[in-house]
Design a protein around this ligand. Structure first.
Ligand code: IPE
Ligand code: IPE
Ligand code: MG
Length: 250
């Protein structure tokens, strides 16, 4: 479907998505939760294409959290199988589209075949420059801050800008901070996603379950973002007129 594009100055450099609602989408249709995750994969494919076409620099997708290890074993295993087959199936198109794929999170406990596919995909797409696609697997914001803190302290980094230096130890080192954080599925929480990196993100919560999210809804999200006034703690004179005591410019 053709979509209107957003002017580049109003485009978020980094979009992060908590892709939530697969299970409820499936339950509402009498399907298994795993079938919901499969349907979610199709929405993911569309979203990746959409944001790459829009010219977004970095797209980070939350696919499996540190806390998701507490789900029933069969759901976790089905998810891992889905990740393996999705990486295999999608990698050629990602490479063709110039998308570099990386993973963040603690992958040490993942099945060996999944770990191998992840590393292969990172290597095969590393030279791509059109968009960075970051998939958060086994990821938790607290885990990330802790692993960074340990290495930061061990490094004895006395940098003049400690926040910037600390950011370089996070799993997202080198990526811009999150500008737009979208959560689908109706919940209004962060669920331990990119805690440090979302400090000044615009938060967009939408009701739609992830498998039903359309390109049109993502476009609306970008338009909503373009209308936000990002102040970063500053005072910005309103468009309505000068602040009291302020001299209007000629
Ligand atoms: C998000 O959908 C996908 C993962 C966490 C893997 P859910 O599985 O959380 O779906 P709901 O929230 O139960 O509907
Ligand atoms: C967040 O969704 C994690 C992912 C989308 C991967 P959850 O469904 O796990 O979050 P909670 O448990 O509702 O907070
Ligand atoms: Mg959920």
């Amino acid at each position: 479907m053709p979509v209107s594009s957003t002017p580049s100055e109003a485009l978020p450099a980094h979009v992060a998505i908590i892709m939530d609602g697969n299970g409820r989408w499936a339950e509402a249709r009498g399907l298994t939760r795993s079938e919901g995750h499969r349907a979610g994969l199709e929405a993911t494919r569309q979203a990746v294409r959409f944001f790459a076409e829009q010219g977004v620099d970095t797209l980070t997708l939350f696919a499996f959290s540190s806390e998701n290890w507490s789900r029933p074993r069969d759901e976790v295993e089905a998810l891992f199988e889905l990740f393996v087959s999705a990486i295999e199936a999608e990698l050629p198109e990602l490479v063709e589209r110039g998308i570099a794929l990386t993973f963040i999170g603690d992958r040490a406990s993942f099945p060996q075949d999944l770990q191998a596919r992840m590393t292969e995909a990172e290597q095969a797409s590393a030279r791509n420059e059109r968009m960075r696609l970051v998939v958060a697997l086994g990821y938790g914001g607290r885990w990330d801050i802790l692993q960074a803190a340990r290495r930061w302290v061990a490094g004895g980094d006395e940098a003049p800008d400690p926040e910037a230096s600390f950011s370089g130890y996070l799993s997202t080192a080198g990526l811009p901070d999150v500008d737009l954080l979208i959560r689908t599925g109706g919940e209004r929480r962060i669920s331990n996603f990119l805690l440090w990196q979302s400090a000044y993100a615009e938060l967009l919560f939408i009701e739609t379950f992830w498998p039903d999210v359309s390109t049109a809804e993502l476009q609306e999200g970008l338009s909503w973002y373009a209308r936000r006034q990002r102040r970063f703690g500053r005072v910005i004179a309103s468009a309505a007129g000068p602040e009291p005591g302020e001299v209007p410019s000629a």
